[in-house]
Ligand binder design. Structure first.
Ligand code: 1HE
Length: 261
């Protein structure tokens, strides 16, 4: 039988319990910088979620969520253009699998959410930050470029103009600013983001599975379609969700809620 818990060693630890698979970036000594092993592990989880997973809850150990690309590994491997292209494609595959794999992702953010860390956070469908969270795209300072999808995902959230300014200036955005920009959906007191994110994950897990799947797989695709194609696709998706059978049971339950049934 497939495991519901991660092996005891590795860059990530995860556990599936009550429909929620909590995934924790677990290299605090490196500020959870994303090395290839971490991205591979995220991809494996996204492509083959532990049995029973209705929602992924993404969090991180230590004082920071994620310091982005593992710069030490990058330097040690002396990646040239071809190697960096391949690495970016790995990140794209892994992050697309997480964002559009059919399982909603709720992220708990704190401390640094930088570069690739922000690219990973942007994959999450619901983003809860505590007051310590700060966000930046310091690629310009480091002499590199975004490679984990920020150019599409972060730009769609904050707008190309805002993202250009963030990249050029390296501006550090605090949690309240991030809330105003839509980078996060809610800001909570220091230390309680994970608890709040878990409450929301539990709420999402109670939704009809087919509706959740349709939300996270269809919306990003429809966003890239023309008006009329988008509406046509909406009707197809609605028909598909309707066909799962759960809808009638749930609607009947709702309609009978006052009748003491
Ligand atoms: C790292 C990394 C890393 C820390 N790769 N090792 N990302 C950045 O440019 C962010 C770089 N990091 C920072 O700005 C700071 O480390 C933090 C604000 C995140 C945290 O500061 P602090 O004072 O808590 O920790 P620290 O002392 O800076 O770092 C602790 C250790 O983690 C230290 O190693 P040590 O051996 O000296 O203990 C750091 O070297 C190490 N560390 N960040 C590797 N990123 C696909 S393209 C994506 C493009 C990007 O992501 S660009 C953004 C890169």
């Amino acid at each position: 039988m497939a495991s519901t818990e991660s092996p005891s060693t590795g860059p990530l630890r995860w556990q599936c319990e009550d429909l929620i698979t909590t995934v924790v970036l677990d290299r605090p000594q490196r500020r959870n910088a994303l090395d290839s092993a971490t991205v591979q592990a995220l991809m494996q989880l996204a492509l083959a979620p532990p049995p029973g997973t209705a929602v992924f809850l993404l969090a991180a150990e230590g004082p920071h969520f994620c310091a982005g690309l593992d710069l030490a590994e990058h330097v040690a491997l002396k990646r040239g253009p071809e190697e960096f292209f391949q690495l970016c494609r790995l990140w794209h595959t892994a992050f697309d699998a997480l964002q559009q794999g059919g399982v909603p992702v709720v992220a708990s953010l704190h401390g640094a959410v930088l570069g690739g860390g922000l690219e990973l956070a942007a994959v999450a469908h619901v983003r809860i930050a505590d007051e310590t969270a700060f966000f930046a795209l310091p690629e310009g300072e480091r002499g590199i470029f975004t490679g984990g999808g920020a150019i599409v995902r972060v730009a769609r959230i904050v707008g190309t103009d805002r993202m250009t300014e963030m990249m050029l200036t390296g501006r550090v955005v605090d949690a309240q600013q991030a809330l105003r920009m839509g980078l996060v959906h809610e800001v909570v007191e220091e230390g309680v983001a994970l608890a709040r994110a878990r409450v929301l994950a539990q709420k999402i897990a109670r939704n009809a599975r087919a509706t959740n799947r349709a939300i996270v797989t269809a919306l990003p695709r429809i966003a890239g379609m023309s008006h009329s194609d988008g509406l046509y696709m909406e009707a197809l998706v609605a028909a598909h969700v309707q066909a799962t059978g759960e809808v009638h049971e749930r609607l009947t339950q709702f309609l009978q809620r006052k009748a003491g049934h």
